[in-house]
Design a protein around this ligand. Sequence first.
Ligand SMILES: C[S@@+](CC[C@H](N)C(=O)[O-])C[C@H]1O[C@@H](n2cnc3c(N)ncnc32)[C@H](O)[C@@H]1O
Length: 211
Amino acid sequence: MSRDGAALAVGVDLSSAVDAAAANLGQRANVLIAQGDIFRLPFKPRAFDVVYSIGVLHHTPSAERAFKTLVGLVKPGGTIAISVYAATVRPGVPWALNIFRRQAWRVITKRLPRRVMMWWSKYVVPVFWVVDRIPGVRYVRYLFPVLIYKNYPLEWSVLDTFDTYATSLESRHRPKEVFRWFREMGLTDIDLMDSDDGWVSVRGRLPLRLA
Ligand SMILES: C[S@@+](CC[C@H](N)C(=O)[O-])C[C@H]1O[C@@H](n2cnc3c(N)ncnc32)[C@H](O)[C@@H]1O
């Protein structure tokens, strides 16, 4: 957003993730990084031309309520776009089994102390990352709460194992449910984006004249 010429790009997160964002982007003249809760953001209503959120709303107590709160920040005629986890069994049976496996493990892992999952992600995931390269035994990883990306740096697997299994709140949503949220807020030009499997990404526009 900053590179593409936004007058001001404001980035928000609840956690210390804002420190990394500020270290990466904070020196840009048109960037402001703020730490805050979506449900209590310190911005004037209808302040933004565009509001977007990727991978955050489904980690709040109510993705629907979080979305509806964000709509209040959009100017008339402005755009809002969100990406949330999909509730889907597509693209097929292995996919669905993997989601089920992950949800079953999460019943335990999300309740473990964070430092245990941090330890697991840092020290055990690298072992599975190597095992994943060995034909024949590589599938053993499906028996454990790990997420391994074969073709990406090890760090990605470490981070996403922690993100997937230690996160306490996670919800999943169907495209028609997200469409309904947009319609209920009076948005127009609602569009389902062609996002990756596992995601529902929807964009809409606030009418110029609000009802
Ligand atoms: C999976 S990360 C996605 C981060 C980033 N949007 C991205 O695409 O890389 C989910 C983020 O949601 C943030 N989050 C959870 N609840 C929040 C809330 N109520 N307000 C703001 N951020 C929240 C967490 O701190 C976490 O950094």
